[in-house]
Design a protein around this ligand. Structure first.
Ligand code: PMP
Length: 364
């Protein structure tokens, strides 16, 4: 019998087993056409159907209105750190940044490279990014070009439980690590971007959801391939997109709809996270690293004691031997991290919790 391995990697990450099996089945001979989808032209009817279905699924799952374009781009979320300011910067205006972790910080750096002035609305570095705090106290200058947030901080394990009110200021969100994990009112955002490789599929495609009209701001000096307007006009087919990644996104979003959509998945995610945090808090051995109110339901970061590196190493190697991979914390922060995206089944959480209990009993 096949061994079950639970994959707690932060991204690329675990995908639904049913989706993996379907992709396997269709890989060599896509729906009877006699060849694989990776071999198909991005201009041919089978792929057209796929990209349209992927978009329709995403619109349905997130409740995206006709006021928004949905794009499938390349270059990862990291390219969006540059592409967003390139397209949306306004001469003489600053960009508001809420620095809640490494990914928000990297986005801010790119805006600086492009010469944008920065309004640092929140500086989480002071608290070592262990919290987000009360966003209602944040001050936004309505004269800025836009405001940038990172909705879920993959490395530090914090997330917004409430988004800041930026007034008329367009709000841009990097939702790479929590997109479609909970119900979000898309209308609050001018632009949302997310790499696919956590909740939506494999790496290689980046989803951009963008309010219509916003792309018109783009200065004329921005190259064709880096303009949102290019991809809007060509419906993400200006050049060859990552066809296989988009195919996988279609399968994952089909699966999400079968699960009952985002509300049903959110409920499961809440139960999964609550179980895991309870195991940490009740252990007297493990310690969560973030402010409880700001804990991420996607990336659960914890340490052993005050940061016992020897035991943490042992935890990683023994958990791997027990069929659980990817539990090492990000190299920037150390410790342990369990990434429990949509596709992580409850059985994976139960296995991890049981392993943690046994490990604490043996080593406590
Ligand atoms: N933003 C967030 C929140 C992330 O977690 C990551 C990747 N872990 C990135 C951006 C960078 O994404 P990519 O590797 O797709 O450029």
């Amino acid at each position: 019998q096949e061994k079950t391995v639970y994959n707690f990697n932060a991204g690329p990450a675990t995908l639904p087993k049913a989706v993996m099996l379907k992709a396997q089945e269709e890989f060599v001979n896509y729906r009877g056409c006699g060849y694989g989808i990776v071999e198909e032209s991005h201009r041919a009817a089978p792929f057209e159907e796929i990209i349209q279905a992927a978009e329709a699924n995403i619109r349905k799952l997130m409740g995206i209105s006709a006021d928004y374009d949905v794009l499938f781009l390349q270059g990862g979320a990291s390219l969006q750190f540059a592409m967003v300011p390139m397209n949306l910067m306004v001469p003489g205006k600053k960009i508001a940044f809420c620095d809640t972790g490494e990914w928000a910080h990297k986005a801010m750096k790119e805006a600086k490279i492009l010469g944008a002035g920065i309004n640092l609305v929140y500086d989480g570095a002071k608290e070592k990014y262990s919290c987000i705090g009360d966003v209602s106290s944040w001050q936004f200058d309505q004269n800025d070009a836009y405001a940038h947030i990172c909705s879920n901080n993959t490395i530090y394990g914090t997330a917004y439980n409430q988004y800041p009110d930026t007034g008329a200021l367009p709000l841009i969100a990097d939702m790479s690590s929590d997109i479609m994990s909970k119900v979000v009112d898309v209308n609050r955002f001018a632009l949302i971007f997310a790499g696919a490789q956590k909740n939506m599929g494999p790496s290689g495609v980046t989803l951009v959801i963008m309010r219509k009209g916003l792309a018109e701001r783009c200065p004329e000096t921005v190259p064709t391939m880096l303009r949102f307007s290019t991809h809007i006009k060509a419906q993400s087919l200006y050049n060859t997109p990552s066809t296989f990644s988009i195919y996988m996104v279609r399968l994952v979003t089909d699966w999400m709809l079968e699960q009952g959509g985002v509300p049903a998945i959110q409920k499961l995610n809440e139960t999964k996270a609550a179980k895991l945090y309870a195991a940490i808090d009740e252990s007297g051995f493990f310690r969560g690293t973030c402010a409880k109110a700001d804990r991420s339901k996607m990336n659960v970061c914890f340490r052993i004691g005050e940061g016992n590196e020897e035991l943490e190493k042992k935890f990683v190697s023994e958990s791997k031997a027990a069929g659980m991979i990817g539990l090492k914390g990000h190299r920037a922060v150390g410790g342990l991290r369990a990434s429990i995206y949509n596709a992580m089944p409850m059985a994976g959480i139960d296995a991890l919790v049981a392993f943690m209990k046994a490990f604490a009993a043996k080593n406590g």
